[in-house]
Design a protein around this ligand. Sequence first.
Ligand SMILES: *Cc1c(COP(=O)(O)O)cnc(C)c1O
Length: 472
Amino acid sequence: MLVNLILKHRLNLQDFKLKLVLSILSTMQDNAFLKCIDSQCGLEYSISSARYECERGHLLDVKYKKIPSRALKELFYSRRNPQGSIFNESGVWRFRELLNFSQIDTGSLEECSKNLVSLDGAEGRQSKPYHMSKVADFVGLKNENLLLQPEGYNPSGSFKDNGMATAVTHAKLVKAKKIVCASTGNTSAAAGMYAANENIKCDVYIPSGQIAPGKLSQAYQFGAQLIQVDGNFDDAFSKSLQDAKKFGGYTVNSVNPFRIEGQKTIPYRALENLNWETPDWIVYPGGALGNTSSCGKCLNELFEWGWIKKIPRIAVVNADGANTLYELYNGKFEETELRWNKGKPDTELIQRYYAHLDEKGIRPNTKATAIQIGRPSNILKGLRSLEFTNGVVIQVSDSEMLDGMSIVGLNGFDCEMASGSVPAGIKKLIHEEVIKKDDVIIGILTGRQKDAMLPVDYHNNPKNRFARPPKK
Ligand SMILES: *Cc1c(COP(=O)(O)O)cnc(C)c1O
């Protein structure tokens, strides 16, 4: 393996030894480092590396060596009275000891200000789980057993701000001049907002004609450079990666391991609300599977650190028109059920599935554009999360998602169609008796409504379950 590496990178032995020694030395001092997720590969990199994959193309994890003290729970709670610090106000940085990849003195306001990127403490600030009685009725649960956490009240209107705060923090650490992303809408809104605040450039690759206008307008408004790509999100994403490599750009899609770190705070906030008692289920919509990945990593770390005793199960809800994970996980494509398989997933099965999509001309197709993704870039990390949590994957139709979105609205909360998959998916899982009636469930409502015509159209059609058409 060593020889291969040397040949592949045309290093002479001297260089290679020097690099190896330097990298071992730097990882020895550091608490945080990057590690390839592939167990047979396991390459490690310094935290100041700007790569999102190892040299063999596997995704990376941010790893920490030290086990954080459980006494931090009290510190986090006390920060809910922010005492003049935006880093306590921030629902992301309030937990900074658990994502301290910058390896700063987290108690020093000066060091935080110098290193941590925040929209004046607004990311995650308003996010916590709520009971919504009408949703509970709709899905068939007791009100006290269902908690829904709206992430749409983040400054740019979706959960993406949680991970963008940390990704842009890392972009600053590696002195990136420009951040780059492909987007179904909300990633570009978040990236644009942070880039404007940090005064760095931002390129956004979008599939032409497939972004909700309310999201597109945000990218323009924040001064991002749009690049329209013929094709769908998956095409825009591969173009953005190519260009980032060619012209130099820091990718802030959820393949970026630092995005995943910030998104761990979504379950932190939910769990803190339950006094760190774990629910039975955590339910997410599934798009690129960044959330699924971060939730699994979060739970895995908390479990290993002894912060939680029981592991909640993750349920991922796909749109039936963009259901790659659903099909592969449940053995709908070939009979084999795709699994992480203790780090040896059948990646050829995934490749055969993608070839089948191409061959048949199957394009992801749902009105819930935020999850209209055929090639979830975090599929392997997602599978790992599902294995660790004994998770399930389900699919729902567009009309079920619209009902889900609408019933959330009737509780006085705002969410978008992709988030409507969460109530819809919970309802289905209860119906199928996968979720039991006395289970405790946390559902993440990922974003707020930015597609103004969806509710208008929904309510103007009296056939829709919760429609209230206008009077003439
Ligand atoms: C990005 C997004 C998703 C998909 O999340 P993944 O982490 O990519 O699975 C779901 N809902 C909304 C509102 C989003 O913006």
